[in-house]
Design a protein around this ligand. Sequence first.
Ligand code: SF4
Ligand code: SF4
Length: 189
Amino acid sequence: MKSTSTAKKFWDTVLFREIWDAMKVTFKHMFHRPMTFQYPREKRTIPDTHRGALGLLRYDDGKERCVGCDLCEAACPSRCIKVISEEDKSMPLERYASEFYIDITKCVFCGYCVEACPVNALAMTKLYEYSTHDKRTLLFDKKRLYEIGDRYIEDAKKYLYAHNLEKDDEASRAYRYHFPEPVLKSNDS
Ligand code: SF4
Ligand code: SF4
């Protein structure tokens, strides 16, 4: 038994068997389609479920969806969201976020904030190229979050559809929270 393993070791050494085994893997890969993307010239197709940078969304008429309820802030495990809300003076009882911050350096892209939002005002986009030398620019404020939301609105919608948070049909649109019109009218008069 011992002599067999010694002989095997001898022939393995003489024939460079380990090298041939390694070369076999190399040769096999010569006939495969290359997997490497020449980034940034070539970019991968990002799936709709991708959790990229967060953005704040508007309704189709341009109105901000966010009602400043703070639920996203409460749901965030990293405590990287800060919402300061105020009452809209022109619309009694209606609130909005006067300030909104997300420290994206602390974000773990879990998506809990998106799920917690009752009006789908937050969504994740396919934006991932925001590296910078200045860490301070990664504290996204309301303006930047709306810029991302406006620019990547189609990605954001796809994210919400893909995660079953919003459907593009009449029933879902009716379900979204809007401040009740009759209350507004009676307060105005
Ligand atoms: S994705 Fe997660 S960690 Fe990032 S802001 Fe939302 S809740 Fe917080
Ligand atoms: S983004 Fe949504 S959950 Fe967060 S404060 Fe605005 S409405 Fe509330």
